[in-house]
Design a protein around this ligand. Structure first.
Ligand code: NAD
Length: 342
């Protein structure tokens, strides 16, 4: 008996609605051609555009809707940068639903220019603490402090997640830190990784300081399999990795907890491209594939991935970030019709 999956869909701000609608088109196509796949999309309001009406970027009704769902497909959202303004919706949801593992696959795509061929690694980022704890003070005018909270519990949890992932892949894990400067906080993180390593003797372990890691990602990206790191370092490294492997417009991310998953593109709301039907929807479409995989719909997830790879390989439909002139809707139509023809 097939189960209906309730999916919370948050379109977001800027280019969010365009890339999310493009993705829904692909989800409808895969539902049409996959026996027993039933998706019930529950649309919720969240993001910068909600603040004027609701006084918050994450209204209570949206939180209730997310609680009724099995997973969330989230478009990118604009985050106000003034002190005291509502904090990022992504950060709030990650904390609220304890989505502790941010998983960002970084891979080469066919016919897409990358720094090196055949790249395939994953950045696993701790998602609930670090410099994203949001605890900041202005001690005196012009003197600010941000707390970088690192706990043994969260570090062990993310290390264990990364080791398990490495075991399913090429059994190589690199942990990235700045322990030479942040001796206490990254000392806790390093100890946790070493503790977790004892349970996974089949995984080869390397370590890098974050500055060296940014360089190594450019120089020898093929040496990585699974990278595990703290919150801010993981955010920066995964944007860099997206460009190393092709384009931010192709990079998808999963936010995974014990009981819930939220899926989104790595990129933000790119406000300058709003409403231009110009950006690449593939990152969000690949996030939807990761979501179906998480929901146990392996066949549907694989169909979307295969369709994306085929469309990119053919190279007839390419958005501007990939050197082409196709629109967002042309890209999603090409992927949706490829899904139907597989
Ligand atoms: P951004 O990722 O929105 O855009 C940076 C640049 O990347 C763009 O100018 C564009 O050149 C390129 N780009 C991004 N997405 C693309 C796509 N789909 N196709 C082609 N090119 C693409 O980063 P930013 O400018 O630093 O942030 C804009 C807003 O997004 C900010 O308010 C930020 O806080 C927010 N943001 C939200 C999330 C999220 O919702 N998870 C993540 C990152 C940034």
């Amino acid at each position: 008996m097939s189960k209906t999956h309730n999916i919370a869909v948050l379109k977001g701000d800027g280019i969010g609605p365009e890339v999310t609608e493009a993705t829904v088109k692909v989800l409808m196509a895969v539902q049409e051609v996959t026996a027993n796949l039933k998706l019930n999309l529950l649309y919720g309001e969240a993001g910068y555009h909600c603040i004027a009406e609701h006084g918050t970027n994450l209204p209570e009704e949206t939180i209730a809707l997310i609680k009724r769902s099995d997973a969330c497909l989230k478009g990118p959202m604009t985050t106000p940068e003034t002190p005291g303004a509502p904090v990022s919706v992504a950060v709030t949801l990650r904390r609220m639903f304890n989505l502790y593992a941010n998983v960002r696959p970084c891979r080469s795509f066919p016919s897409v220019e990358a720094l090196k061929p055949n790249l395939d690694f994953v950045v696993v980022r701790e998602n609930t603490e670090g410099l994203y704890s949001g605890v900041e003070y202005e001690l005196a005018p012009g003197v600010g402090v941000a707390l970088r909270i690192i706990t043994r519990e969260a570090s062990l949890r993310i290390a264990e997640f990364a080791f398990k992932l490495a075991e399913k892949r090429r059994k190589h894990l690199t942990y990235v830190h700045k322990g030479n400067i942040l001796r206490i906080t990254d000392g806790i993180f390093k100890d946790a990784v070493k503790t977790a390593a004892q349970k996974h003797p089949d995984v080869a372990v390397d370590e890098l300081h974050v500055d060296a890691a940014t360089m190594q990602l450019i120089k020898k990206p093929e040496t990585f399999d699974v990278i595990v790191t703290t919150n801010l370092f993981g955010d920066i490294l995964s944007d860099e990795a997206a460009q190393v492997t092709g384009s931010l417009g192709l990079a998808a991310g999963a936010n995974i907890g014990e009981t819930y998953g939220m899926f989104e593109p790595v990129h933000g709301s790119a406000p300058k491209y709003t409403g231009q039907n110009r950006v690449n929807p593939t990152a969000t479409i690949m996030a939807a594939s990761m979501m179906l995989d998480y929901l146990g719909e392996k066949e549907a997830a694989a169909k979307i991935e295969k369709a994306v790879l085929n469309v990119l390989k053919e190279g007839k439909v390419r958005t501007a970030d990939l050197g082409g002139s196709s629109t967002t809707s042309e890209m999603s139509e090409a992927i949706a019709s490829k899904v139907k023809s597989l």
